[in-house]
Write a protein that binds this ligand. Structure first.
Ligand code: PLP
Length: 410
């Protein structure tokens, strides 16, 4: 295992078969990991092995394969618990991803509890997944969304947050790491501040778990979410962590098989969490792949990942800031390796199109954060988002591509 930090080559790059691809005749420089990460062999092989050797439905079968599949699925839950240092495996609910996790909390936690005039606090940097579910429920019962402002570097104004907290605050929902700005938010402080009120805290961890260790017992939030596909695992699987006493007091989000204690024509009783929130056949291979991804991350080591990504971030920031007419959006002191920018006189989509011709995969648009775009007065940005497998040459290709976009359009 290659562990020394070396930004000339990506950390463990050879573990990711797709990174060897050639795109438009150029070596692929994959700088879109905030949208989705590439998958290591360990994940691809775990999913392949599941379908080749074990595939069966879980929980209900008495035959050998069904038992093995159940062991793998429940073993994955135990792995997730361990990875996040949650208290209990019953606090780990498998869902499709962060979007479903937040919708579940909006429908099953907020909706039954909130009354008209209650408030949900979010920040200006939230992804639509952490805005729209609260608005949908809020519109049904008259819950107001309050928004914590951020400064020009993209950092939360904690004093403004303190002023927004009040006895009508039902829930605080904040992203751990911004998908646009890269800002790493002081979620532990936010959780502590919220504890002074009776409100619950949900942390959107979609962009955190791929880059940093998360200790849920230390954080002490009520809900935490992650998306498998952003964490080097498969699409269609994610996690909602919820404190057991909260989950067991929440009504199910969906009904169906595997989540009931008993069904009669008169009514149904439900199992405790997590089963009450996992109606129907789950994404078994997805859970197996996610567990493989988390195990792989631990084997690479978060300290090596952080070193590599921070070195790449420093290099990319310096190179981008040296380009005339380029404005970086998101310059927090404490940030993950995400670089959003606009280039004078060139539309972000044109930048991304030229970059693609150079084999550089970035993303242009509002990044599902339209209010944040408005906050910075831009319709869109081009975003390069990194992972530990990136190298200095990926970033050099990015700079070359931006220079050529400028020559073409300015
Ligand atoms: N939250 C953040 C911060 C994100 O970056 C994303 C995806 O980009 C989401 C939530 C939604 O995640 P998913 O599409 O995996 O449900």
């Amino acid at each position: 295992m290659q562990t020394a930090t070396d930004i000339n080559r990506g950390l463990q790059r050879d573990d990711f078969p797709l990174l060897g691809r050639v795109v438009h005749g150029k070596p692929l420089a994959y700088l879109d990991s905030a949208a989705t990460t590439q998958k290591p062999n360990a994940v691809i092989e775990a999913i392949d092995a599941f379908y080749r050797e074990t595939n069966a439905n879980v929980h209900r079968g008495l035959h050998r394969l069904a038992q093995e599949a159940t062991d793998l699925y429940e073993g994955a839950r135990a792995d997730v618990r361990e990875h996040l240092n949650a208290n209990d495996t019953r606090e780990i609910v498998f869902v499709r991803g962060t979007t479903e996790a937040i919708n579940l909390v909006a429908q099953s936690y907020l909706r039954p509890r909130a009354t008209s005039g209650d408030e949900v606090i979010v920040t200006e940097m939230e992804h639509h997944a952490n805005i729209v579910p609260w608005q949908i429920v809020g519109d049904m019962i008259g819950v107001r969304l309050r928004v914590v402002p951020i400064d020009n570097d993209g950092q939360i104004d904690l004093e403004a947050f303190e002023r927004l907290l009040n006895p009508r605050t039902r829930l605080v929902a904040v992203t751990h790491v911004s998908n646009v700005l890269g800002t790493i938010n002081p979620v532990k402080t936010i959780i502590k501040m919220t504890r002074q009120t009776g409100a619950a805290v949900l942390v959107d961890g979609a962009q955190a778990v791929p880059h940093m260790p998360v200790d849920l017992q230390d954080l002490d939030c009520d809900f935490y979410t992650l998306s498998g596909h952003k964490t080097f695992g498969p699409t269609g699987i994610g996690v909602l962590f919820g404190k057991a006493e909260l989950l067991n007091a929440m009504p199910p989000y969906q009904g169906g098989g595997d989540m009931i204690q008993s069904v009669t024509w008169e009514g149904t009783t439900f199992k405790d969490a997590p089963a009450r929130f996992e109606a129907g056949t789950p994404h078994i291979a997805g859970a197996v792949g996610l567990a493989a991804a988390l195990g792989y991350l631990r084997s690479v080591g978060y300290e090596h990942i952080a070193k590599q990504e921070q070195s790449l971030l420093a290099y990319a920031t310096a190179r981008l800031q040296a380009l005339p007419g380029l404005r970086l959006i998101g310059t927090a002191d404490h940030k993950a390796a995400v670089l959003s920018f606009v280039l004078d006189g060139v539309h972000p989509h044109d930048v991304a199109t030229v970059l693609d011709a150079h084999g550089v995969a970035t993303r242009a648009g509002h990044h599902c954060a339209q209010p944040l775009m408005r906050r910075f007065g831009v319709p869109a940005t081009t975003r390069a988002s990194l992972a530990f497998y990136n190298s200095q040459s990926d970033l050099d290709a990015l700079i070359t591509g931006i220079e050529s976009a400028r020559e073409m359009f300015q």
